[in-house]
Design a protein around this ligand. Structure first.
Ligand code: ARG
Length: 407
């Protein structure tokens, strides 16, 4: 990987008060000067990474993923690079989102080139090709002034941090207060996965819905960044196919000393949970969009209700599950994968009129872009982005909480 140009910063001694890792900033420090600063999903957006479909490949079949063609599950799923046409269509919509954000004063950056058709071989596994850089949200997360690279949960996504490394180096070099952590890489060896998960009939999934055991065992630390949702001091992490309890535990141990509180959340009726942003979507202090098919586990809504948060069910998506693009592995609920530009401005997919109306009724200024061609890459507006800077500080939106830290 070419990192020329990112090593321009001379290694001057760090300012004394900084220590050797970025801690939550001193509230007296002016916000604007921090290169990396984002504490929640809604503060006014200043800098954003928008994904790219360049060189994307089909996700391979592997122990953590069994892709299938929608409505034709018996036909083998394609392998290798996506067609140039599919790449161009997605890129056009991603560019449209980038233009909209720029028109709102946001600095937009894009991932670097990466050959996703290349196979991966480590001491523990081999996989025929990689996936894509359409969904930076799945891999990268900003926790205040720190960038965290997730462990990831699938073999084809093991090296997905690479297209973002040049940007990370740039932020890291430009501001000594920027922290950077890569979470421990799991082996992704056969033994990490519970392959029979894929063959369980629906009744069995229903029976097991409160066990929260999916296709990944609990021995290794596993999480995707998109299972995390940031609400200031409080961080939600969904236990899912892509994030196990060891992953939640690692996040707790990493974030609690930095002043965060980490809450595991569960959606027992989602039998194939992965990534929280089509299920439970905070859009401003006190307001979370909820998925009517995927209620929170009983008892977990208490922290929201006690602190006067409102949970509002989104309307039925415009496309049903059977009408979604044929290679898309996500559900119709990509409809609710909205992106906040600020606590009063939100981007909703162009055809999702019922949700646009709801957001307008909730007093948002609603922006729309077409995004359906991005769906087959596993995400919509929130997934396809990674916010590096939002204007704001860490607030406590949950003053009334029984929280048990690890130590
Ligand atoms: N698994 C989710 C669903 O089908 C899609 C999540 C997409 N989110 C993302 N960050 N890629 O409802």
């Amino acid at each position: 990987m070419d990192l020329a140009g990112v090593h321009g910063t001379s290694l001057e001694p760090l300012p004394l008060q900084m220590g050797d890792r970025a801690m939550p900033h001193d509230p007296a420090t002016p916000q604007d000067s921090l290169a990396v600063n984002s504490w929640n999903e809604w503060d006014p957006l200043e800098e954003m990474i928008v994904g790219s479909a360049d060189n994307a490949s089909f996700e391979p079949t592997e122990p953590g993923s069994r892709p299938a063609i929608r409505n034709r599950p018996e036909t083998p799923f394609p392998t290798g690079p996506k067609s140039q046409e599919a790449v161009d269509l997605a890129n056009e919509e991603l560019a449209g989102l980038a233009d909209l954000l720029r028109s709102q004063g946001v600095t937009v950056r894009r991932p670097g080139p990466h050959d996703f058709s290349a196979p991966v071989r480590t001491p523990d596994f081999e996989v025929e090709n990689q996936y894509c850089a359409v969904c930076p949200r799945d891999v990268m997360i900003t926790m205040g002034n720190e960038i965290i690279e997730a462990t990831m949960s699938r073999r084809a996504r093991y090296f997905e941090y690479q297209p973002y490394r040049k940007l990370v180096y740039e932020y890291w070099n430009s501001d000594p207060r920027v922290g950077w952590t890569t979470a421990p890489k799991p082996s992704m060896a056969d033994g990490m996965y519970r392959e029979e998960f894929w063959d369980w009939p629906l009744e069995k999934r229903h029976e097991r819905m409160h066990s929260f055991e999916f296709c990944v065992h609990q021995d290794e630390v596993v999480f995707d960044a998109a299972d995390i949702s940031r609400l200031g001091r409080d961080i939600l992490v969904q236990e899912s196919m892509t994030t196990n309890r060891a992953g939640v535990h690692w996040l707790k141990r990493h974030l609690e000393p930095r002043g965060f509180r980490v809450h595991a959340v569960h959606f027992p009726l989602d039998f194939f949970p992965s990534h929280i942003d089509c299920t439970f979507v905070p859009v401003r202090p006190g307001l979370i969009l909820t998925n009517p098919d995927r209620p929170l586990r009983e008892g977990e809504e208490a922290m929201f209700l006690r602190n006067d948060w409102e949970l509002v069910d989104v309307p039925e998506p415009v496309l049903g599950n059977h009408e979604m693009p044929q290679y898309c592995q996500s559900s119709k609920w990509l409809s609710m994968n909205v992106l906040s530009i600020s606590p009063t401005k939100v981007v909703v997919e162009e055809q999702e009129k019922p949700l646009q109306d709801l957001m307008a009724k909730l007093d948002f200024e609603v922006f729309t872009v077409p995004f359906r061609n991005v769906f087959e890459y596993g995400g919509s507006l929130h997934c396809a982005t990674w916010d590096v800077r939002r204007r704001g500080t860490r607030e406590d939106y949950f003053p009334d909480l029984d929280y048990r830290p690890l130590v």
